[in-house]
Design a protein around this ligand. Structure first.
Ligand code: PMP
Length: 408
């Protein structure tokens, strides 16, 4: 909040493709697709038209009880058709955090309906980000998001993000019969872009099967072509019990998220009376948001951004890795998905007192918007970025690093 009260605000006035304009008319490259979501780029009139058509036909109506609407039905069918989940069912929400909490509650409720109410424990990973609702805050793998809120939801724990053994140890410590679910992002995004080690997801999927634990993938960042496929996890050849999605499903033109569950997880709530999953929100299944998502998915498919993004992934990787030799840079993480992190050295951060926000500010002053987390600069452009624009992004980041290096 103090960034709003101290100093001027950065007012974004317009956006088109990969470009933003501020209220002075200055232009910036959107190096982060806003907050990881604008996969098809800004200013798509096709989405605006779809929204206008829908809002003029049926603006909004609840999907409570047996109410439904065509855009929500069509979107659910379309997502289910592509989901790497057995016999998929879709629950729509208004965003990612709400979807995470829906999945966590559904996991616990599922086990209660199976006669195992003691199976409530949720395991997540260091660096993992799952939104900031109640369950998400309790599962987040970064302390700064968890502290100061009193006691969080009980029966949650966080394990090292890169170790199958660490997950098994935690399952055994808690007792397999008490563990409801394991949550993981295909690639850790907001925590700093960490791809899993070779074989990691095969290993954890096997563990989950062995101990009967639900495997829940949080694809909020990794979905909708950012990793060259629909939900990111397809890269690793495993099938989860649930997928949480948001962001790229609508490229953020209107807010939307959801959960895809296997038919098995949905079964206790689907055909059986007396076992309802008492949960839902006012705007879930909002027809206008669903119409925006449908138009967005049309663009992803028509322009084959699934394939295009694989090329961009390679281009971004080779461009951003050239920063690895910069004196302020400790490590560059890239090469899986259209996302990268440039981590600063401990010397720069701790001895020289350099901050990533300084680098962020220098880059923005030079016309490139990046994201700063405590140790790294994050890059996740729209999937329509060109080779020249990637080059411009990376050379601007180098200039920003040089400027900060010289100042200290
Ligand atoms: N999960 C992941 C992996 C995310 O990156 C985010 C948002 N950055 C969320 C959940 C939460 O989504 P929202 O901000 O829409 O609540």
């Amino acid at each position: 909040m103090n960034t709003v009260t101290q100093g001027p605000k950065f007012v974004v006035s317009e956006a088109e493709g990969v470009w933003l304009w501020d209220d002075n008319g200055d232009r910036y490259l959107d190096g982060t697709a806003s907050l990881w979501y604008c996969n098809v780029g800004h200013g798509r009139t096709e989405i605006a038209d779809a929204v206008y058509r829908q809002i003029s036909t049926l603006d909004a109506y609840t999907v409570y009880g047996d109410f439904a609407n065509e855009p929500a039905l069509q979107l659910s069918e379309r997502l289910a058709a592509h989901a790497p989940v057995a016999d998929p069912r879709v629950i729509l929400t208004c965003g990612g955090g709400e979807a995470v909490d829906t999945a966590a509650k559904l996991a616990r409720r599922y086990w209660a309906a199976q006669g195992q109410p003691e199976r409530g424990h949720l395991i997540s990973r260091t660096g993992g980000y799952h939104g900031l609702h109640g369950f998400g805050t309790s599962m987040i793998g970064m302390d700064r998001f968890r502290t100061g809120f009193g006691r969080l939801i009980e029966d949650t724990s966080v394990v090292a993000h890169d170790s199958v053994e660490a997950l098994e140890e935690e399952i055994l410590r808690v007792g397999p019969e008490r563990v409801a679910a394991y949550f993981a992002e295909p690639i850790i995004g907001a925590g700093g872009v960490y791809a899993p080690p070779e074989g990691y997801f095969e290993g954890v999927a096997q563990l989950c099967r062995r101990y009967g634990i639900l495997f829940i993938v949080d694809s909020v960042i990794c979905g909708f072509a950012r990793m060259g496929n629909w939900f990111g996890i397809e890269r690793f050849g495993v099938r989860p019990d649930m997928i949480v999605f948001a962001k790229g499903v609508s490229s953020g033109y209107l807010p939307l998220g959801g959960v895809i569950t296997s038919g098995e997880v949905a079964e206790p709530f689907w055909n059986r009376p007396g076992n309802p999953f008492v949960h839902g929100t006012t705007y879930a299944g909002h027809p206008t948001c669903c119409a925006a998502a449908m138009a967005n998915l049309d663009i992803l498919e028509r322009e084959d951004l699934f394939t295009v993004s694989l090329e961009i992934e390679t281009q971004l990787d080779s461009a951003v890795q050239t920063l690895a030799d910069h004196p302020l840079v400790r490590e560059v993480r890239s090469g899986v998905g259209v996302m990268a992190a440039v981590e600063l050295t401990t010397e720069a951060l701790e001895q020289r007192g350099i901050t990533t926000s300084e680098v962020f500010t220098e880059a923005r002053a030079r016309g490139v918007v990046l994201r700063a987390i405590p140790h790294s600069l994050l890059i996740s452009p729209p999937l329509i970025i060109t080779w020249e624009q990637i080059d411009h992004l990376v050379s601007t980041l180098r200039a920003a690093l040089d400027a900060v290096d010289q100042r200290h």
